[in-house]
Design a protein around this ligand. Structure first.
Ligand SMILES: C[S@@+](CC[C@H](N)C(=O)[O-])C[C@H]1O[C@@H](n2cnc3c(N)ncnc32)[C@H](O)[C@@H]1O
Length: 336
């Protein structure tokens, strides 16, 4: 088919926003109204992330993202994307989230295959509206645990239930994971690991920990505590940790929301007992997925600067970086 028939590639990527009917049923609409009026920015970030995945659907296949995101978040991001495209921005809104999602997808699959077919479990800490248990075929032999605050998980369950009950979407709400358990817990509390175990998490089974978009919402002490709990668990089994870290300047983007940072997660994680730490920046060969060609976009410019720099030498703007980090642990390692 010619390009004329199909539209330009850019237009194919972001056609006019067309929302699914299910978003306008009483149940789903009511839930999203409550999210708008009652949830704080911490919880709302779950829907923002889903909106990013929904609008980057030309690279991320997430059949539930629109429904889980809700109309306000979808419209708001759609307008930003439209503005960026009209102004020929070097980075279109949501690109970082798209790259981050694809990076985690790829690394989860690689981690699971590194266990050579042995049974594994995947824990999504701060799972929010993540729908990997429904969209990643690599999870078919894995037990998945989604940990998040009670209201977030309850709302997610009810939305997906509404999708199951709608005849049209019945086909789509198929899980790709072997099993899925939702664990309502605040990971700032001491008992979250216990709650996870009560839900069936087995400390002796190979585990992939997925900490996507969560650590920087925690205080320094809470984030460190979470990382130490995971590190301690490595003494029992083969473990892969996947996490994103903000550097210090990134937390100033919203100092009321972001707290924990690490400028050197590749030093921090070994000090906690992890090994094989690999760090990527958005735009690196394993973290661009063909979405960041322009050498002058924000991410590529940052990559060319030493990581120790906190402000840009040309204009004094803060060097806001997001590090994508993988690390592993095994029973043979000693915890310092
Ligand atoms: C930016 S969202 C990311 C969601 C998910 N990881 C994803 O990529 O779609 C952050 C999530 O962390 C959850 N969260 C933040 N603080 C938490 C805490 N103390 N305990 C449990 N979940 C928390 C929020 O409710 C929200 O769902």
């Amino acid at each position: 088919m010619s390009e004329e028939q199909n539209g330009k590639p850019e237009e194919r990527a972001w056609p006019e926003l067309k929302l699914p009917d299910l978003l306008f049923t009483d149940t789903v609409r009511g839930l999203h109204e409550a999210i708008e009026t009652e949830w704080d920015s911490l919880r709302r970030s779950a829907c923002q992330t889903a909106a990013g995945r929904a609008l980057w659907k030309h690279v991320i296949h997430d059949p539930h993202a629109e429904l889980l995101a809700g109309e306000p978040f979808l419209r708001s991001l759609y307008e930003k994307i439209k503005k960026d495209r009209h102004s020929n921005a070097r980075e279109v809104s949501g690109v970082m989230l798209a790259v981050r999602t694809l990076w985690f997808d790829e690394k989860i699959e690689a981690a699971l295959s590194s266990f050579n077919g042995r049974a594994a479990q995947v824990v999504l800490l701060g799972a929010g509206m993540d729908a990997r248990a429904y969209r990643l075929s690599c999870l078919k032999e894995s037990n998945v645990f989604e940990v998040d605050l009670p209201e977030v998980l309850q709302t997610k369950t009810t939305i997906l239930q509404a999708a199951t009950e709608s005849t049209n979407d019945h086909q789509h709400v198929m899980m790709t994971a072997k099993s899925l358990n939702r664990v309502a817990a605040d990971i700032r509390d001491k008992d979250w690991l216990q709650k996870l175990q009560i839900s069936g998490f087995d400390p002796e089974k190979n585990t992939v920990w997925v900490l996507e978009g969560i650590l920087y919402y925690l205080s320094h002490s809470h984030a460190m505590e979470v990382l130490k709990i995971i590190a301690n668990n490595c003494t029992l089994t083969q473990t892969v940790l996947l996490a994103d870290f903000m550097n210090k300047p990134s937390t100033t983007l919203s100092s009321s929301v972001f707290h924990f940072y690490s400028d050197w997660p590749d030093h921090l994680l070994p000090s906690l007992g992890f090994s094989d730490v690999k760090l990527s920046q958005i735009g690196d060969p394993d973290a661009h997925f063909g979405l960041l060609h322009d050498p002058l976009n924000l991410f590529n410019k940052l990559r060319s600067l030493p990581r120790s720099l906190q402000t840009h030498p040309d204009d004094g703007t803060p060097c806001c970086r997001l590090y994508l980090v993988q690390a592993s642990g095994s029973p043979n390692q000693t915890i310092p």
